[in-house]
Design a protein around this ligand. Structure first.
Ligand SMILES: Nc1nc2c(c(=O)[nH]1)N[C@H]1C(S)=C(S)[C@@H](COP(=O)(O)OP(=O)(O)OC[C@H]3O[C@@H](n4cnc5c(=O)[nH]c(N)nc54)[C@H](O)[C@@H]3O)O[C@H]1N2
Ligand SMILES: Nc1nc2c(c(=O)[nH]1)N[C@H]1C(S)=C(S)[C@@H](COP(=O)(O)OP(=O)(O)OC[C@H]3O[C@@H](n4cnc5c(=O)[nH]c(N)nc54)[C@H](O)[C@@H]3O)O[C@H]1N2
Ligand code: SF4
Ligand SMILES: [Mo]
Length: 694
């Protein structure tokens, strides 16, 4: 028997809509949902490798309880009852002795995040964090400082743009299928694309203009663009006069930052900066200065991301066709979103968060997400209080938080480490109990509220029965909660129950998703009137160049530019990123993807390599103040001489993931754990490394 199931991919967190063909209980084909505009059948290579995940015989098959020291790889197979009882007993003891706040749960934001948050609220812990800060916390804070909305509440109209400027937003390799398709549509319609990166990526090869910028100097580049735009009055005066607060302050600030000044800092000719400012301005307001996806490079990240959004505001492109737009929710058409378990009543939690977000020490990062990279410091320094247990749910702190050695030292100090994963990941390898989740093809998940120009909802639906002894994350957490006496916050027996409950206020039913995999609250796109109807959420109701959020917390809206240091002699700035074949740290052991890209290499500039006696393909030793490791060199003129680049996500330590074990080098082993203490992102590109032939 053959059937088709509309669902959502989860080979990465973008969650593209998919159609799964199932024959006699087996998945035979996965394609992009043909009924979704912008997807129309497409998938990325990782999405296509979903079947390889489902049938991977090295993924987690049943619960495991550790029997030897942490990281020794000694396990025993356990039944669910045994594993859940073990976790619940330990947690109960910890909560009774140290309080609920001694428990931290970290996860990659996902559809069941409201369930995890509920779990923590139920035990009285404020310590939930998501990946958000580590990915783009400063973009989030930058957008809130200007518009009162987070970056996640904004998006852009690629298909109708006339000019897009990308700052290391490697759109064609770090993929969201819809964005790729819409951008290609835009390019076919004549859009211009400018790409800025110290490295020639695939996206660079598609651009009309490419600038090999000196790493870390995008802010200087933007200040010079703003300088030209203000000096030559290239901005959208009507829009700016109506919406912007602080134009005069910006004007006073920007005067010294000339294109000639920026040329010295960035290596990009002054004339090229002037030309770009004039060229983009001609196409306003249908232009996009892209605010980036991963915005976690430097400790001044928030100001760099603010400068990008200031450029958009000057172009009047926010809420313009072909520019940025605010995502519209069901409230826009008088309807209600799906409800979440977090809307229940909980006891008030009085202690601060482990990362101190929301206190005067760290006032501005988004408390809905927290700042995960603070975890090792909180544990090791017992500051603000002792942390005793970590639940890692679809998140790997060992590989995804900079400075692996520090993180491991912190984990050593905990009384309990539990992970909910699908793979024998590195965090699984270091856990006390490993709870296997059913893969996305084997489970129904919570509702996805997809706000946008048209508010919609999507659903991930079980395509096949679980192949092994695995469960859904939302069920696993409920079953732990029941065992520690807080089961009343989880009023469902199955995922279908939970989804039906979530849909109650929406006016839609589970069956409404059968035909296309999604439901829409409105037929037409909703744009606000950009000259009269922007619903900004800042205290002034304006786009705050002069930011009350920043200034009330004691930070400047326009701090003086601090030059980006060049690496010392014999060193390089380590920069990292993704390619189209892998998702962060989770697909390196996938049978298909491992075959296509089994290890990472170190991109190094050819002239620098020659000075160091390094030839293409040589094994080199890379050393930072935090760690070292060996990796193959890729000698090329396609990278700036100050930078070396490696793909994130390799160098796995888990021996049970046999294909990826020991292949390549992990960037986290080398990186220092430093942060933008205003915006919240880590500075993943703040580390200098030494590269030597071995
Ligand atoms: N050093 C360094 N750190 C980084 C980055 C970097 O470039 N360098 N990038 C940052 C960015 S942009 C991000 S978004 C984060 C991402 O950080 P993570 O979320 O940690 O990375 P992922 O690879 O997306 O997923 C982590 C874990 O989820 C598991 N997993 C996958 N699917 C499922 C599932 O369906 N259920 C369950 N329970 N588990 C699942 C995987 O097996 C893996 O162990 O990392 C950040 N950290
Ligand atoms: N295939 C694939 N697609 C993905 C993901 C994935 O894991 N795999 N993850 C998703 C997620 S969570 C994220 S956050 C996004 C990430 O999407 P992007 O942010 O577009 O991707 P990265 O690869 O992190 O981008 C880093 C790029 O910045 C460049 N760079 C380094 N230093 C500088 C600099 O100083 N200035 C400029 N202008 N550029 C610099 C690097 O050379 C690299 O090309 O991708 C998403 N899509
Ligand atoms: S971008 Fe690729 S891996 Fe990510 S959800 Fe979409 S199809 Fe799946
Ligand atoms: Mo990310």
């Amino acid at each position: 028997m053959e059937k088709e199931v509309y669902s959502l991919c989860f080979m990465c967190s973008v969650r593209c809509p998919i159609k799964v063909t199932v024959k006699d209980g087996e998945v035979t084909f996965i394609e992009g949902n043909p009924k979704v505009a912008g997807i129309e059948g497409s998938l990325c290579p990782r999405g296509s490798a979903g079947t390889a995940l489902l049938y991977d015989d090295q993924r987690l098959k049943h619960p495991l309880i550790r029997t030897g020291p942490r990281g020794s790889g000694q396990w025993r197979k356990a039944s669910w009852d045994e594993a859940l009882d073990y976790v619940a007993d330990k947690l109960k003891g910890i909560i009774d002795e140290h309080g609920g706040h001694s428990v931290v749960l970290g996860e990659r934001t996902q559809l069941a995040t409201h369930v995890s948050k509920t779990f923590l609220k139920a035990i009285g812990s404020p310590n939930h964090f998501t990946h958000d800060a580590i990915c783009k916390g400063s973009v989030n804070t930058a957008c809130r400082s200007l518009f009162g909305y987070t970056d996640a509440q904004m998006s852009m109209d690629y298909a109708n743009t006339k000019h897009i400027v990308l700052y290391g937003r490697n759109l064609f390799e770090a993929i969201e299928v819809k964005a790729v398709n819409n951008m290609m549509k835009g390019l076919e319609r004549g859009a211009k694309m400018t790409y800025i990166d110290p490295r020639v990526t695939i996206t660079a090869t598609k651009a009309h203009k490419y600038f090999m910028i000196r790493p870390g100097t995008d802010l200087a580049f933007n200040y010079a663009l703003i300088h030209v735009i203000l000096k030559e009055r290239l901005y959208d005066a009507e829009y700016v006069n109506k919406w912007v607060l602080g134009l005069q302050e910006l004007q006073d600030f920007i005067t010294p930052y000339t294109p000639q000044w920026a040329e010295k800092e960035t290596g990009i000719p002054a004339q090229a900066i002037i030309d770009l400012a004039r060229e983009v301005s001609r196409d306003k307001p249908s232009v996009i200065f892209h605010f980036g996806y991963r915005g976690a490079n430097h400790t001044n990240e928030i100001y760099m991301r603010r400068s990008i959004m200031i450029l958009n505001a000057l172009m009047g492109s926010v809420e313009a066709k072909g520019g940025f737009f605010f995502k519209k929710g069901p409230g826009e058409v008088g309807r209600k979103p799906a409800q979440k378990l977090t809307e229940q009543k909980f006891k008030k939690i009085k202690v601060p968060r482990f990362d101190k977000v929301g206190t005067p020490d760290f006032p501005l990062p988004d408390p809905n997400h927290g700042v995960g990279q603070m975890l090792p410091f909180a544990i090791l320094n017992e500051d603000p209080y002792p942390i005793k247990a970590l639940i890692a749910f679809r998140f790997d702190p060992i590989m995804s938080i900079p400075d692996t050695n520090l993180m491991k030292k912190a984990l050593e100090k905990l009384d309990l480490v539990v992970c909910i994963d699908i793979n024998m990941s590195d965090i699984a390898w270091y856990s006390d109990v490993v709870l296997p989740e059913s893969t996305y093809l084997e489970r129904t998940d919570c509702v996805q509220q997809a706000n946008g120009l048209k508010p919609q909802m999507f659903l991930r639906r079980q395509a096949v029965e679980p192949r092994y002894d695995t469960r859904e994350g939302a069920i696993i957490l409920k079953q732990i909660a029941e065992r520690i006496g807080v089961g009343e916050y989880f009023p469902y027996e199955s995922m279908e129950d939970l989804v039906r409950w979530q849909l109650e206020p929406t006016g839609f039913k589970l069956e409404d998703f059968d035909a296309k995999g999604f439901v829409a609250y409105s037929k037409d796109q909703i744009f606000w009137d950009r000259l009269n109807g922007l619903k900004l959420k800042t205290p002034s109701g304006k786009i705050e160049f002069k930011s009350s959020l920043l200034e009330e917390a004691g930070f400047e809206s326009f701090p003086a530019y601090e030059p980006m240091p060049s690496p010392p002699e014999g060193h390089f700035r380590l920069v990292v990123g993704r390619n189209a074949l892998h998702t962060h740290v989770s697909t390196q052991n996938n049978p298909y993807l491992n075959e296509l890209c089994p290890e990472n290499v170190l991109w190094i500039n050819d002239k620098k390599a020659a000075e160091l006696g390094i030839k293409d393909g040589d094994i080199v030793e890379v050393t930072s103040s935090k760690g070292s490791g060996k990796i193959k060199a890729f000698v090329t003129d396609l990278i700036h001489p100050e930078a070396v680049f490696m793909l994130h996500g390799f160098g796995h330590e888990s021996k049970l993931a046999e294909r990826s074990y020991g292949k390549g080098l992990s960037d986290s082993v080398l990186q220092e754990n430093v942060s933008d203490m205003i915006g919240g992102s880590p500075g993943l590109h703040e580390t200098f490394v030494k590269v030597q032939a071995v």
